[in-house]
Each structure stands twice: as C-alpha cells, then as structure tokens.
Design a protein around this ligand. Structure first.
Ligand code: CO8
Length: 261
C-alpha cells in the first residue's frame, strides 16, 4: 500500500475507494504535492478492477479551503505559465470511474472547483460553497467560472464570482449544484456517498463508465453532437451483455426474454 502525506486512502467496501484530503492544519488547501498524490490515488483506483466507484472527501471543517494561497503568492506569471500551474488538475478527467464528492464545511475557490469536477456532489448541512478569489484581487483559475455557468446559470455564477459570497448547502441544492443535502451528523455525508458508490459498483462497470462518459459529453458538445455521441455509445453498449450471457456464470442479471435463464 502506498503511503501518502496529504491524503488518506481506504476501502470502506471492497468495491469502493475512499480518498480523504488530509491537510487539516491548512483546511485542505490544494497544494501541488497534494494534487500529485490525489492524481496518483485516483489513477490507482481507476486501474483496480475490484473498484467500481470513488468517493472524495475532506474533513468536517473543510472539504478544501482553496488552492494553496501560500504556494501561489510568490509565483510570477512566467513561473505559472512554464509549469502549467493548476494544469495537472485536468488529470481528474481521465478517470473513467464515477467520482462522488462528499462535502462538509468549506468548499471555497479551488475546493469548490474540485467538487465541481467530480461527477456527483453530496453535501452535509455544514457545507459552504463559494468562489472568494475576487476578495484576493484575482479570479477563479480551476474552472469555476465555466463549470458554475453550466451548472447554475449566468446570473448566479456572476453573483458568486463577482461578490465572493459563500452559499449554504441548502442554497447549493436549490440551485442544482449538488444532488442533495444529506442528514446531519458527523460522517453522515461520507456514509451516504459510500452507499451510493456501492450501488454504482454493483452495476455493469462497462455501462457505468460509458454512462459517465456520455453525461459528461453534455458539458462539452452541442446538442446535435451530444445526441450522436450518445447513440454511438448506446449501439455498442449491449455487445458485452450478450458476450457475458454466453460465458458462464453471467455477472449481470439476465435480460427478460433473452439468454439461458
Ligand atoms: N491556502 C493556504 N492556506 C490556507 C487556505 C488556503 N486557501 N485557507 C486556509 N488556510 C490556512 C490558514 O492560513 C491557516 O493557517 P495558519 O494556521 O498557518 O495561519 C489555517 O488554514 C486555518 O485557517 P483560518 O485560521 O483562517 O481558519 P478560520 O476557521 O478562521 O477561517 C476560512 C476559515 C474562512 C475558510 C479562511 O481560512 C479563509 O478565508 N481561507 C481562504 C479561503 C479562500 O480565499 N479560498 C480561495 C483561495 S483562492 C484560490 O483557490 C485560487 C486563487 C488564489 C490566488 C492567490 C493570489 C495571491
């Protein structure tokens, strides 16, 4: 097992990888070394055939309070450009298995952007989302302006990005930014996310990964391209079902009216 400095990796269920951001003293500020470890853990989970879904969480106080301001403050434009600063965050999109963010406490700036990069967000009643970059004289740099605009629309995105105001879990749910607010109690949001990950893991993994790919395409393609992409993936998606039915024992339920059972 890999040992990490800034994250914890566990298997609360045989089919679920739980990654916990673990820089409590800095409220999980997303430094480059932290992101390097996160990328490694995500890749390992993606490569592990036993894992069907991933849960990403932080602490009760903070999912993540942003990009690491202390790391950024001395970077010149040339440093940032040459090292593609924050560019490595995009590795998260190469992960084919679903990633569920379980958010408690602060999800600000880069922390909010990290949650938005996940496939599903569940929020604890304590969650607070916001893009406070404007208060520092800068703007979001991890996709916040673009992803929020897709998810909550222009007016609300402008409000968050231009005022720097934080919103509550309830507001985020009403705005469609998170799936829902789960019950109170420490660790509740993580338990709920693990349960959801377990359900996802019980399905055909090929179908799950194809479904994630096509839903995410809705945020990149126009409608005509997206529909064509969905249809193509759909056309291929039953091939493996019949292939598995021919081999025994099938790991997925038989289709009504089809197959030996
Ligand atoms: N980066 C680095 N360290 C951080 C960060 C961060 N984003 N957030 C908190 N910390 C550290 C604090 O410095 C403090 O460390 P120390 O004890 O060594 O001083 C420790 O975490 C605890 O923080 P607080 O004492 O502030 O805890 P509070 O409970 O009083 O407050 C808050 C919690 C409200 C979340 C507060 O910490 C806060 O406002 N944090 C910053 C939030 C923020 O602005 N996030 C957006 C970051 S910006 C971004 O993501 C991209 C742009 C960055 C541009 C930087 C240009 C210079």
């Amino acid at each position: 097992l890999m040992s990490y400095n800034y994250i914890l990796v566990a298997k609360p269920e045989p089919s679920v990888s739980l990654i916990t951001l673990n820089r409590p003293k800095a409220l999980n500020a997303l430094s480059s070394p932290l992101f390097e470890e996160l990328n490694k853990a995500l890749k390992d989970a993606d490569d592990d055939d036993a894992i069907g879904a991933i849960v990403l969480t932080g602490s009760e106080k903070a999912f993540a309070a942003g990009a690491d301001i202390k790391e950024m403050q001395n970077k010149t434009y040339a440093d940032a450009f040459k090292t593609r600063f924050l560019g490595d965050w995009a590795q998260l999109f190469t992960i084919r298995k679903p990633i569920i963010a379980a958010v408690s406490g602060y999800a600000l700036g880069g922390g909010c952007e990290l949650a938005l990069m996940c496939d599903i967000i569940l929020a604890s009643p304590t969650a607070k989302f916001g893009q406070p970059e404007i208060n520092l004289g800068v703007i979001p740099g991890g996709g916040g302006s673009q992803r929020l605009a897709h998810v909550i629309g222009k007016s609300r995105t402008m409000e968050l990005v231009l005022t720097g105001r934080n919103i509550s879990a309830q507001e985020a749910a009403a705005w469609g930014m998170v799936s829902r607010v789960v019950g109170e109690g420490e660790g509740e949001v993580v338990r709920e996310a693990v349960e959801m990950a377990k359900v996802i893991s019980s399905k055909s993994q090929i179908a799950i990964q194809a479904a994630k790919e096509v839903v995410n395409a809705a945020y990149e393609l126009n409608l005509a391209e997206g529909l064509r992409f969905e249809r193509r993936i759909f056309h291929g998606s039953w091939d493996h079902v019949f292939a598995e039915l021919k081999s025994s024992p099938p790991s997925i339920p038989a289709l009504p009216g089809v197959g030996p059972r």
